[in-house]
Write a protein that binds this ligand. Sequence first.
Ligand SMILES: Cc1ncc(COP(=O)(O)O)c(C=O)c1O
Length: 404
Amino acid sequence: MLTLPIYLDNNATTPLDPRVLEAMMPYMTNMFGNAASRNHAFGWQAEEAVDYAREQIAALINCSPKEIIFTSGATESDNLALKGVFEMYASKGNHIITLTTEHKAVLDPCKHIEKMGGKVTYLQVDEKGLINLKELEEAITDKTILISVMYANNEIGVIQPIREISAIAKKHGILFFTDATQAVGKIPVDVEADGIDLMAFSAHKMYGPKGVGALYVRRKNPRVKVTAQMDGGGHERGMRSGTLNVPGIVGLGKAAEIAKQDMEADTKRIAAMRDRLERELTTIEESYVNGSTEHRLPHVSNISFKYVEGEGLMMGVKDLAVSSGSACTSASLEPSYVLKALGLSDDLAHSSLRFGLSRFTTNEEIDYAIDHVKEAVAKLRELSPLWEMFKEGIDLNSIEWAEH
Ligand SMILES: Cc1ncc(COP(=O)(O)O)c(C=O)c1O
């Protein structure tokens, strides 16, 4: 049975998997100890739970449990990686290379670093959203200490060539950090094979709770260090002080375990639904899928419906929770900077919707989304003078618009 509204905004956040909630419950009730209390059973119990979660996460991304630093989420992990490396390696250099399409949780710390005297190169992406590896290599100077390139984009799902990027970093003796918030738990991520030195991720994007995440920090070849951004009791090997969020960490661990176990089957089912949604919606005249469809997460589709306002379209499909642009920037009505970076006009960027599916999405929900988006686009276009002109074959580029 179909329950409305339908949630298709799983890149903003995912629902909590009931199996994760079940694992967390004891640590929110009677097993409430502080993992740093070394002198009684309450503390040992909590510490044991945290250690187990570290193992579950390490198994998912192929690292040692000791390489996991728990944080409050990917925003904190991004800040810790960028500012922490900038401070720790100040004697080596002050230059960081990143992409214009990164999440604000990377771009804003980069701006902060610039204010602190650092230099940041923001590389453009191509029309598919992909990095240009030649430009990356050319941007490297003898002052470059870090390359920060996201694993997969939150708006269009495009996956960057991580292994090629890490090989370039390695060749030049530079650290490689990736914000993998959208990738971990969704596609296989292997920090060893991928050559990653630091990696940020978050529980609430992989069916875990909000307010907890992690930073992977390599301990061998090379041994990477970051300067703590939170000083205090010296938790997490001195890199992140603060009492650990034990229930959250248990939830992240369980979410990682489930992801490892269910990823293949989930991906197959979700990708089939995403492809059907996309196939159907692109039968709408003048609709375009944004970003690479070859190198992309299995559960995302970002589509522009020309001559339709994305915000208006969202109102037209009130029973569908989708997003026009990133949830984190949707307070502003600026066209998405990610879509603009692909070369889209303001109008096309404004006319886009992001569909994000999850392991809980059903075929009935996809049927509903297809029907209702088609209907809403048709209705809105009926009201659009631009659409009318397009249908009459008037070349819209030849019209001189009044300045205002
Ligand atoms: C790519 C990316 N990085 C970072 C974040 C921030 O994550 P958190 O909400 O865990 O702070 C998000 C969330 O939207 C994201 O998609």
